[in-house]
Design a protein around this ligand. Structure first.
Ligand SMILES: [Zn+2]
Length: 355
């Protein structure tokens, strides 16, 4: 964060904050914008005119009764310009949304993910994104967010590793994508994207999200701010059963060693699910203690089978009794990562607006 902001920056901050207010309200009048942002009438008018000129927003003008002209009407986001894309790169597949800046979905994409080695995975990601840019062209899509499984270095746009793809190491993915598609790209850890799409409503709370599919990823939001850091919150290889099941990482008793066998080749394994409940409860309990969480969201592909373990998991958690009433939510929505990635791209696009 910059400590001091100059006049140039000031107008850019105001510009994106006005656009965000319009985004949040759907339809809004000039007077409301001025009231909410605290901008002077002149300052607000300057920004609104710029946003109209740059085709970010549109205005519904009303006829004055008696036909003596038209008065300024309600302002809203333009739905046919300035699109963003969100892409989710996951072991279980690839998915993408193209949305407008108000979050309305224009088109969805799904694809198989292939990741035997680095070359195959990179080629697969590039082909998938190519499909989107063929349909929309790089003029229309102003920014794209990539939700990526595994370790990431978000600020540098580097994907550090990808589970199950051995030679995928420190790949400068954002640099590669920018060069290829001439658009702004942003890289985010996939559970952070999911949390971002979930916490729009929970600003003041401490929220933990676990994405559970063949492994487990974790994201934390404290008072509405996502907790970030390279290589932190890697809960998959925390030991939950000392001397327990052998994990692919070489350690014994990792959480992942209990999650990984639950679904194999699309088939749920009841016995493995049974063995996974307690280790998962231990992790959830410990993380609630660590972050003083108000809400825990369980998301990801395994939630399709939540009915098999929901009750027992809640029972285990009650038995551990953390003394704090934490709400546990089961979120069977596999698309929240891709929605979150699009949302993050939209925020970046808006934030880069300058007058
Ligand atoms: Zn492990």
């Amino acid at each position: 964060m910059k400590k001091y902001i100059g006049l140039q920056d000031m107008s850019h901050v105001n510009c994106s904050s006005v656009l965000r207010v319009i985004q949040a309200h759907g339809e809004i009048s000039r007077k409301q914008i001025s009231d909410i942002t605290g901008l002077s009438w002149g300052g607000m008018t300057k920004i609104v005119n710029k946003l109209l000129e740059k085709e970010y927003i549109t205005e519904e003008k009303c006829e004055v009764p008696g036909g003596t002209g038209r008065i300024p009407g309600m302002l809203s986001i333009r739905r046919d310009r300035h699109l963003v894309a969100g892409v989710d790169v996951n072991r279980t597949g690839l998915s993408a949304y193209v949305t407008d800046l108000s979050g309305d979905i224009k088109r969805q994409y799904f694809g198989e993910n292939l990741f035997r080695d680095k070359e195959e995975l990179l080629d697969n990601i590039l082909r998938f994104i190519q499909r989107i840019f063929q349909d929309f062209g790089d003029e229309e899509i102003v920014a794209a967010g990539i939700a990526m499984q595994g370790g990431i270095h978000g600020e540098n746009g580097v994907s550090v590793n990808f589970p199950g793809c051995g030679d995928w190491r420190d790949v400068p993915l954002i640099e590669i994508l920018k060069e290829r598609f001439h658009t702004e790209f942003y890289l985010e850890h996939d559970p952070d994207c999911m949390l971002c799409s979930e916490t729009v409503w929970a600003d003041g709370a401490h929220v933990i999200l676990f994405r559970i599919d063949r492994s487990i990823g974790m994201a934390v939001s404290l008072n509405g701010t996502i907790f970030r850091g390279n290589g932190i919150l890697e809960v998959a290889h925390s030991i939950v059963v000392p001397g327990g099941k052998r994990c692919r990482c070489g350690l014994d008793g990792c959480l992942e060693a209990y999650i990984e066998p639950c679904v194999r080749e699309g088939q749920i394994n009841g016995k493995a699910v049974e063995e996974m409940i307690r280790p998962l409860a231990v992790t959830i309990h410990n993380m609630i203690c660590l972050f003083h969480a108000d809400i825990v969201i369980l998301a990801g592909d395994l939630m399709k089978y939540a009915s098999l373990f929901e009750e027992k998991l809640l029972w285990e958690l009650r038995r551990m009794g953390n003394g704090k009433k934490t709400e546990i939510r089961f979120q069977d929505d596999t698309k929240s990562a891709v929605r979150g990635a699009a949302l993050i791209a939209a925020r970046h696009a808006v934030d880069s607006l300058r007058l």
